[in-house]
Write a protein of this length. Sequence first.
Lengths: 250, 331, 300
Amino acid sequence: MSFTVNHLNAWYRSKQALHDINLSFEPRSVTAMIGPSGCGKSTFVRCLNRMHEELPDARVSGEVRVDGFDIYAPSSKPRHVRQYIGMVFQQPNVLPSRSIFDNVAMGPRLNGLAEGKALRALVEQSLRQAVLWDEVKDKLDAQATQLSGGQQQRLCIARAVANQPRIVLMDEPCSALDPISTLEVEELIRQLKESYTIILVTHNMQQAGRVADHTVFFLSGRMIEEGVTSELFSHPQRKETEDYIAGRFG
Amino acid sequence: MQQPISASQAVGLRERSTNWAIARFGRRPADVFFRGLTMLFVLIVLALVIGVALVLVISSWPTITAFGFRFLANQAFDPVHNTYGVLPAIFGTLLTSAFALLFAIPLGLGASIFIVDFCPRPLRVPLAFFSDLLAAVPSVIFGLFGFLVLAPWLQLSGEPWLKQHLGFLPFFQGQMQGVGLLAAGMILTIMVLPLIIAVSREVMLTVPRSQREALLALGATRWEVIRYAVLPFSRVGILGGIILALGRALGETMAVTMVIGNQATRPGLSLFNTGYTLSSVIANQFGEATPGLFLSAVIEAGLIVFVITFITNFLARWLMSSLERKGGARL
Amino acid sequence: MSTTLRSEQQRTTNPFQPRPSRRETQRQAANSVVIALCVLFAIFVVIVLVYLIVYVLKQGIAYLNLDFFTQLPTPNGEPGGGMGEAIQGTLILVGLATLVGVPLGLFTAIYLAEFGRGRFATVVRFLVDLLNGVPTIIFGLFVWVLIVIPQQSFSGLSGGVALGIIMIPIVARTAEDVLRLVPQELREASLALGATEARTIVQVVIPAALNGIITGIVLAMARVAGETAPLLMTAFGTTFWSTDVTQPMDALTLRIFNFTLSPYPVQVNQAFTGSFVLILLIVLASFAVRWATGGFKRRF
């Protein structure tokens, strides 16, 4: 599966948030997007599943191609793009009025992916992939809001993978979590990459170092540098990258 | 002519009164006075509220003791035989209010979903403004429109059409007079719409974006986002708004009085019939009411309205406050 | 290993296009139907409401002239005349109502915002809100029994009292909201300087909230200017000039009510004009006060 971005530009209100981004992602790997706040990494990732255009006064141009098919082609429908390319958000956004089971089953039910026994199997499998099954298997009918923050975020991950995407986007998934939950989620990401291509936005460089195979450095809406994580951190090619990694600005 | 007191005497007086006030009340004199004044007004207000209830009960005591619960079952206001009952009035009140809610809820919800989710941005503010404007229109003007425009139209075009196409239903049979239960129901619908739209809109706007995004990211259609993210979140608030609307419809007087015909016809299901409501009975009969049972009956009708609206108001507020506890906006 | 993993071969079909299936068509259809219905309903609502307002205003303007404000109604539907006494009556009645409603409402708000603690305050707030939801004709009944019947006469005073009672919860609610918005630091600063609580409230807190309070009062006045039912049995109405509050008094709403049901076309036309003037009054008052005071947070 090939996943490439060509000449992607994005605007929000009258400001241009992304300038001519060109990138290629390795399948079944974790690619981290790093950069200071406001550099556009979240905007970028939201352009990958056509969420950016849901904002009022937002605009996108360029191509994002999966196996050659452009998600922004007129014939591509956003909601099909989003089933294929899933997303986990910064703040866990479980559906409060629904049970744990229903949260995970939401995607498959909507998209008609499974029913009955197959659905239960899918939910269980997704919860196992999110390393949450053992903690909730006895209370699948409990309200999702009864879980702790870390558990809720893993529930959101389970929900995202239950929808059977090929690519999973994660927008700072650990920033609202305590350190222990963060480590649990990072471990979970390492396991998930065997099945999915993961794009991870993080403001924490050490996290990129721990989890990501490739890393991309963003600054002011432009992609400055990208490469294998260890290479990028030990031998950055560009001065901006080096400055950021050295902590000269944040 | 009194001798003015010296400066030191004035200071001494002030000190002494301050000391006295603090010793006695724990506060300074100005505060004692101000608090006292405030409490006086508050007590007057309380007295008024309780007074209204008391006056209603006391003044309707004659018919309460004379008829008891039969008052709710008796068929008519009959000064000649000195028997009084509000069954047709209750029927009229319930029917017109139910009609209004039946149409105003889908119309109002649909319109507010449109305003919140589908409406092009430049239209949003004018629409909302216009809806608020309508909430401020006095009910007598709705009555004027109903009596002078809607009722004649119903008599000439609306009711004949209904009779022709849907006359097999018991709702659309009988004499077509324009005024009647149908006209009253329609006017109430129009009056209650802005309230439902305003409340639903406010509640739906407080749904956090993160909830909508959760559903969007799973590949939901716009309707699915509304159905699974927005509506569950706003359910309680919308219900509260509906109950408020019900309260308004039940208590509405002028517009209904002007279009409902104010005569009892033989009880039946037809919307073409004229009828009356509890409020219109009061408005129409207070002038005729002779002291005694007649007067008491009119006031008991008011008591019933008071109790009904108290209950619906209480329900709505209880729902709203449970919403507030979950972190919604105070309405 | 995941059993749902799709094959790794390069895709030959566009994954972002709708898969033709019954379910997909159903979802698409449901979505389109709902959107269509919402648009339809919104259009319908707008058309009905716009038509109503425009019709009333158009008819009203057609018969608007200076006489309307300066003349009394003519007897027996003769041409000419106006609603002068009704307009005057409305102004007097609203003025009386304000005298009754504002002090009671404002002090209740002060109590709830500044002093009220514990169960008594909860009860007060509950009862004030209860007052808010009562249909206004009930207040007419109340005043009718307490003042009109003993006095054996309808009067402007009883009408003003009834309207004043209606004003109380409106003023109390909006004033309380605005008073609560005043930052606690202001009060503390004043008290720290040695001012009494009373002086703090009167000279610091209320002036800070004054815009909002005035807006609330004017909106309440506009609201009671549109009331009819409570006046039916208190002020009752008249077609003569009168400033005597112990006698029946006319109001714009009463005259509109009366003339709407009148058999005389002249009076029906004037009912429309009266409606126009009433709406204009209410809208102008609401706008003027919000403009003049910068408004307070719109509830809706």
